[in-house]
Design a protein around this ligand. Structure first.
Ligand code: PLP
Length: 360
């Protein structure tokens, strides 16, 4: 068995220990005589799986009691519509556009009310986070929306926007569990799990209870109404059972690794190895303003498309896979999520050094 170093932006690398445990439990989950894939979502044994997953996530993020945790389907993109349908009371929301995912959320929200783009970094290909200390927040805004870590462009908010008292909603698909989060700074946090947590097919919503309302937009599908999901503990219909189970194993793995403070140290160490090299290299350059650099997604270029392609090809052959940048940015991107071991980044940098020497 040869496992590669997988730098995919998502779906992405999962902890090997988790995959092994899932393999061990594949045919007979804890003496149930069946796979988690085969059991009723209403069974006692599955109820324990989903309850424990929620409990472990609550422990990790220290989620206050007045927040609900929902395990849903439809991916992060489905939330782009669900958020305005559920949270727009006045029909107004402010969006900070720091990349493609924030822009998509904003475009979707426009279908349901007045969505204002109050800041953007589109002028420099989203290579920085705009100053959000004194934005023109709309007086009647129901919420302010951010994408906390911009998977494609490799930027992250280091400081939250000053929302002037409005509720903050954050897409944390690509950086949840990478570091501690103060949940009470937000009205709602959500994440598609396939970046840093689990297999595709699950999106987790963490939402303050007072924002879960019955008087949502009248056309809101039953399934997209947070109240439906909250009232039924995410079991209104069949949830993505197996995906939730894997997420639960990953939550336990993160706990064993020491929790989010330890993850942060681990991730900072890994990212520093790569960024320090990019800052010293004559061939490779990071594309992001240093102060806004993501811990999770590291885009870089050589400045020469042919050389980029050669690098990606040779890296792949050497076992460093999925390094090609997003089609909208070009170049390369190394996603170094929680499950990427430090050796993966060290060896990638050694490979980059050797490539630079051989090609300059
Ligand atoms: C990947 C990603 C999405 C889209 O996720 P889907 O589950 O494919 O809809 C949204 N936001 C961010 C930040 C992402 O990284």
């Amino acid at each position: 068995m040869a496992r590669v170093y997988n730098f995919s932006a998502g779906p992405s690398v999962l902890p090997e220990a988790v995959l092994k445990q899932a393999a061990d439990e594949m045919l007979d989950y804890k003496g149930s005589g069946m796979s988690v894939m085969e059991m009723s979502h209403r069974s006692k044994v599955y109820d324990n799986i989903i309850k424990e997953a929620e409990k472990d996530l609550r422990d990790l993020l220290a989620i206050p009691d007045n927040y609900k945790v929902l395990f849903l389907q439809g991916g992060a993109s489905q939330q782009f519509a669900a958020i305005p349908m559920n949270l727009m009371k006045n029909g107004v929301a402010d969006y900070i556009i720091t990349g493609q995912w924030a822009k998509k959320a904003y475009e979707e929200a426009k279908k349901y009310g007045t969505a204002n783009a109050i800041a953007s970094s589109a002028d420099k290909t989203f290579s920085y986070i705009p100053d959000c200390s004194d934005l023109p927040i709309s007086e009647d805004a129901d919420y302010v929306y951010i994408c906390h870590n911009n998977t494609i462009y490799g930027t992250a908010f280091k400081e939250l926007p000053n929302t002037k008292g409005k509720i903050l909603v954050a897409d944390m698909s690509s950086d949840i569990l990478s570091q501690p989060v103060n949940v009470s700074d937000y009205g709602m946090i959500y994440f598609g799990v396939q970046k840093n947590v689990g297999p595709a097919g699950v999106v987790v919503v963490i939402i303050r209870e007072d924002l879960i309302r019955d008087d949502v937009m009248p056309f809101t599908p039953t399934m997209l109404k947070y109240k439906t999901q909250a009232d039924n503990d995410s079991l209104y219909n069949t949830p993505p059972c197996y995906g939730i189970y894997i997420c639960g194993l990953v939550f336990k793995w993160v706990k064993e690794m020491g929790g989010l403070e330890a993850m942060k140290i681990h991730n900072e160490k890994k990212a520093a190895i790569l960024y320090d090299f990019l800052d010293s290299s004559k061939m490779f350059k990071g594309t992001v303003v240093p102060k806004d650099r993501s811990l999770m997604n590291v885009p870089f270029v050589t400045g020469n498309d042919e050389l980029d392609a050669k690098f990606v090809k040779e890296a792949t052959e050497a076992g460093f896979v999925n390094l090609k940048g997003h089609r909208s940015v070009g170049g390369m991107r190394a996603s170094i999520y929680n499950a990427m071991p430090i050796e993966g980044v060290q060896k990638l940098v050694e490979f980059m050094k050797a490539f630079e020497e051989a090609n300059s």
